[in-house]
Design a protein around this ligand. Sequence first.
Ligand code: NDP
Length: 339
Amino acid sequence: TRVLLTGGSGFIAAHVLDYLLERGHSVVTTVRSQEKADKIRDAHPNVGKDKLNFSIVEDIAQQGAFDKAVVSDPAFEVVIHTASPFHFNVTDVQKDLLDPAIIGTTGILKSIKKSAPSVKRVVITSSFASIIDTSKGGWPEHTYSESDWNPITEEAATENAANGYRASKTFAERAAWDFVEQENPNFTIATMCPPLVIGPIVHYLNSLDALNTSNQRIRDTIQGKYKDETPAGAPYIFVDVRDLALLHVLAAEAESAANKRFFITAGHFNGNTIVDAIRKNFPEYKDNLPKDSATGGDFPEGGVYKINNKRAEELLGTKWTSLEKSVVDTVKSLKEVGA
Ligand code: NDP
């Protein structure tokens, strides 16, 4: 199958790309610069040009940003849209987070409808951010599933960067479902809603200082940032990047994923379970880890929400990667870049 993958320089997308290639698909991935295209190309020396190619899309927040990228020969049958800002160092929530997320998502759907009639499935990386209701806190009596939606308002969205990020994912995913309902396009969509995503970093794109947001807490833990206070670990649920990446590809392939939302999580974690996994497997970091006297690291007092991940589990078909394995493989990958 001919696939367009957006944001190929991203942490999750890099793993999606490798599963696509492994499963025999032919991929064009969008990146913001030729330099990033070259890095990805160099990291795949045995993959032919017919299987891996690039398209430069500098800013997904521009109208019509994807007009050229969606056109290819042979034509695309699948689009996987992962590109979206995920960081909190923003000066303008609207410009830095909301616009690229929302205009990026609606923009690519418009471009596909207009210029890529052969596309049958669009997989969109949304987030648990579009599911969680943070005003409920731990909410132990609740079970989160695909039927929950974050009720965040436009007003709350611009209050701070954390709200801005969660709103960007919520509004972008809503806009995608609205598009399907109102425009009745030729394609079906599937949205992927993972919470904290951890797992091996991609060496050709990352360094210890320039690390994707969701792996930073593991780096900070082994670097000694939490000796006196262990961070609690919100959102308290995680998934390994490899499980999530494979699910993107399975959702692109499976008829049964048409117009479905997937809540993708392996289970619970907190700051202490991450530290325990590191302590057990990497004695060399002993002195950097939270001391016995350190506070924090627990689930919220009163408990935490439950999860219903059955839909994703049926599609994945295998067991989820455990927190311990995920943390261990992340730390190993960080060691390779000097941690
Ligand atoms: P990364 O920061 O590694 O990847 C983000 C990607 O989006 C990069 O390729 C980045 O390009 C691209 N991008 C961001 N803004 C723009 C823009 N304005 N124009 C063009 N490209 C842009 O993060 P992740 O891999 O973690 O995130 C990928 C997706 O997964 C996002 O949609 C994110 O919201 C979602 N997600 C991630 C979770 C996690 O814990 N990691 C949890 C839930 C959802 P560049 O590298 O050039 O900046």
